[in-house]
Design a protein around this ligand. Structure first.
Ligand code: EPZ
Length: 420
């Protein structure tokens, strides 16, 4: 297995180019199941989760010709409707093929995605919504067996909780359904907005894009003439690298990004004393005279994203004072705390709230990654720690960060990928 070795307190200079968004690319790959034509997806992040989903599509009979940051997908010969355990267990976002396969073929079997390090991650809301659209859903031997022999019927779906992939699944199911589907309490993340935009450009009428109420007029089973498209920039990757500049309290510019997707995050940097300068496609963070403590509550978009919680928790160790971070979305998303404590951070956990007293002088250590964003928090801590930090089990990191060590090396960080 690989691990990352880094030495802290380097001076940085230059720019980091942001890749396409993993969490936009995944549903956009799944929606190719609804296409009658071949499609090309560009600005695709070259990360493990994307390769996993493309492998799943190939197993179902699709042809996927992948470049480094693009893919041509032909699903005309899709002839399987079972997403097997071996693939789904490695990436729970495989659940995103359920809606498209079911709405296209009238039946689908997907292995129930297990939980993951950050929480139980149920999919009950996805299944309840599909049942409301007329699907028959049974759980057998760990598989979701969904059938809708006469296709899915549009109806009003009210989500009890805001669910990002749940909204994506129902958007895709509704695209080929008979009649109109209204999704109330829909997720408003930029990744969901892009999915709506691609559907609209492919001839599906979608109203309320960007709002919590979406109306989709289904094609009644007719496949879509899909357009080629480029994946939006990854706002979480962008926020993570801005945290790298912030934790070193040095200037850093990120390019190929979308500042308007990061409103809540940028305002938290400013609350902590940093200056943020933006153009249409770049963000520059400038040093704070003194890094101030922060209060954060993670919530759905456009509020502060849970996927930036671990990174800001690492940053808060360098603030002069007491920061409070409350995690409201996932029940176990503080796995990075114990590793940060081993590096010398002063953090108290009380249920879903972390209290971080700074400023702590962190010392390099061997640390273990546990989930995607926790891994990036450990790398951030290693940037400011004295001495050498080795971050192990970075397969977690490789799921969602393209060429992380290269991007950091390019701005002057002493970081290497080594073999255990
Ligand atoms: C998406 O996960 C993202 N993943 C996650 O990013 C992100 O943390 C999460 O949204 C929240 O923003 C992808 O887009 C591939 P949810 P998702 O359904 O859709 C509960 C990363 O780091 N819930 O919005 O699985 C659930 O337990 C990953 O890139 C149900 O109870 O999250 C959670 O508490 C991690 N029943 C809340 O809703 C359901 O059927 C939000 O989950 C579905 C969800």
């Amino acid at each position: 297995m690989d691990y990352l070795q880094l030495h802290g307190k380097q001076s940085i200079n230059g720019e980091i180019k942001i890749s396409g968004a993993k969490n936009a690319a995944l549903p956009l790959i799944a929606i190719s199941i609804l296409a009658k034509n071949n499609i090309n997806i560009s600005n695709l992040p070259n990360v493990a989760d994307i390769n996993t989903l493309l492998k799943l599509l190939s197993n179902l009979g699709a042809t996927c010709n992948k470049g480094t940051n693009s893919v041509d997908i032909d699903t005309s010969k899709l002839n399987q409707t079972k997403a097997t355990y071996d693939i789904v267990k490695t990436m729970r976002a495989s659940i995103l093929v359920l809606g498209p396969i079911l709405t296209r073929f009238g039946h689908c079997e997907v292995s129930l995605p297990g939980g993951c390090a950050i929480g139980q991650r149920p999919v009950d809301l996805h299944l309840k919504a599909l049942e409301q659209m007329g699907a028959n859903i049974e759980i057998k031997s760990g598989y979701i067996e969904a059938t809708a022999p006469n296709g899915l019927k549009g109806c009003e779906i009210i989500f009890d909780k805001i669910t990002v992939t749940g909204t994506a699944n129902i958007l895709m199911a509704a695209a080929l359904a008979h009649g109109e589907t209204t999704i109330v309490n829909a997720a408003r993340e930029p990744e969901v907005v892009q999915l709506c935009e691609v559907l609209s450009q492919s001839g599906v009428k979608v109203e309320g894009v960007g709002t919590a109420v979406l109306k989709i007029s289904g094609s009644g089973g007719k496949l879509l003439n899909m357009v080629d498209f480029s994946v939006i920039p990854d706002r979480i990757e962008a926020g993570t690298y801005l945290c790298a500049g912030a934790i070193l309290n040095q200037k850093l510019t990120i390019t190929n990004t979308e500042p308007k997707h990061l409103g809540a995050v940028l305002s938290k940097f400013e609350e902590m004393g940093f200056t943020i300068e933006t153009t249409d496609t770049t963000i520059t963070i400038l040093p704070a005279e003194k890094i101030k403590p922060v209060k954060i509550v993670t919530q759905e978009y456009p509020a502060f994203p849970t996927d930036m919680q671990a990174q800001f928790l690492a940053l808060a160790t360098q603030a002069e004072g007491v920061s409070i971070i409350e995690e409201r979305l996932f029940e176990n998303r503080f796995m990075h705390v114990s590793e940060l404590q081993r590096m010398g951070a002063d953090i108290t956990l009380n249920g879903h709230t972390a209290t971080i007293s700074g400023k702590s002088n962190l010392s390099g250590a061997d640390v273990m990654a546990t989930d995607l964003r926790a891994s990036s928090a450990l790398v951030l801590a290693g940037l400011i720690a004295d001495g050498e930090t080795n971050v192990h089990r970075i397969y977690h990191l490789d799921r969602g960060y393209e060429s992380l060590e290269k991007k950091l090396q390019n701005v002057g960080i002493n970081i290497k990928r080594l073999k255990e």
